[in-house]
Design a protein around this ligand. Sequence first.
Ligand code: ATP
Length: 363
Amino acid sequence: MAAYDIAVLPGDGIAPEVVAEARRVLDAAGGPELRYAEHPCGAGCYLDQGDPLPESTVEACRRADAVLLGAMGLPDVRWPDGTEMRPQIDLRILLDLYAGVRPIYLHAGHHCPLKGYGAGDIDFVILRENVEGLFASMNGGVRLREETAVDTMVITRTGSERISRYAFGLALQRRAERLEGRRGERSAQVTLVDKANVFRSMAFFRQVFDEVAAGFDVDAGHAYVDAMALYLVRQPQSWDVMVTENMYGDILSDLGAGLVGGLGMAPSGDIGEEAAVFQPSHGTAPDIAGQGIANPVAAILSAAMMLRWLGDRHDDEEARSAAARIDAAVAEVLSEEGTGTPDIGGAMTTAELGKAVARAVET
Ligand code: ATP
């Protein structure tokens, strides 16, 4: 039986609360042995040790088979220039986690603010280029004489090629899951979301995407990011995999999460060639921290993504089937009207919802 070393970075605010539920469900899933080791990071760690992402934590992430992360940063703990600490973004750069995979899946009609959508009707993935784009300027922008400030959009051929390739691979994988009946019917497609009508950087991204698309038997299209914001609200059922520049992906991910019940429902994986970090799409939600009402579903689904990634990487069917059991347990629990934490219309606590999913996974 395979065993994996998992670096756990609980972080700040609600993050330790939801990570605890993710671990509860992983333990209940009965998959491969997971050897957890917790490591300090985040705003609390900065206050304790003067560094929000100690080198020892980064090294532990490099050595681990996968990383399970909560969320980091607190609004009152900032760098002298006024920016918040974002060690999770630093980690993406340090480990070259170029593919930000953000599945958007509707589990129950009443989670959706739009009329007429039911479970499975919204099912797409936002693939966010994670290490360049506008975020490449992070900590490196220019500020001149208290008059002018500049951040730069950085698009490279290497970065555009590898994220485009990842997108087509993901579309093929989703097509295979549909053929096996594990996903609802729709055609495989990859859509590049850009602003190629205005920016040279985006026109270049589109050119490289089209070159990569020519090598795959998958429908490829483009949409401007402003139009996509409209399409996601008007016809969220129409999309399969969309690839975006870093900043556009950051913004569209929150819109996508809003379609399926909010940030507490949106998992994510930040994936590179050598490492991967799995975390809920939400932040530390200081407004509800310590109250036991945070939704653990995004963290639980992120843990399932971690198992699936480990399963694919090590060709480990046991890990893949444990991931599928967790996904099915979440779907089963959320299919009952009124089940859930307050953000999705229920009255359960974080731990009650975590335990309900853990029970469903065991049965
Ligand atoms: P970041 O920029 O770090 O992603 P953010 O400023 O966008 O964070 P979040 O911390 O994600 O903000 O919180 C945004 C809103 O969503 C808050 O009102 C918060 O309470 C809510 N929220 C976030 N995560 C959850 C969750 N797991 N359960 C319930 N509500 C949540």
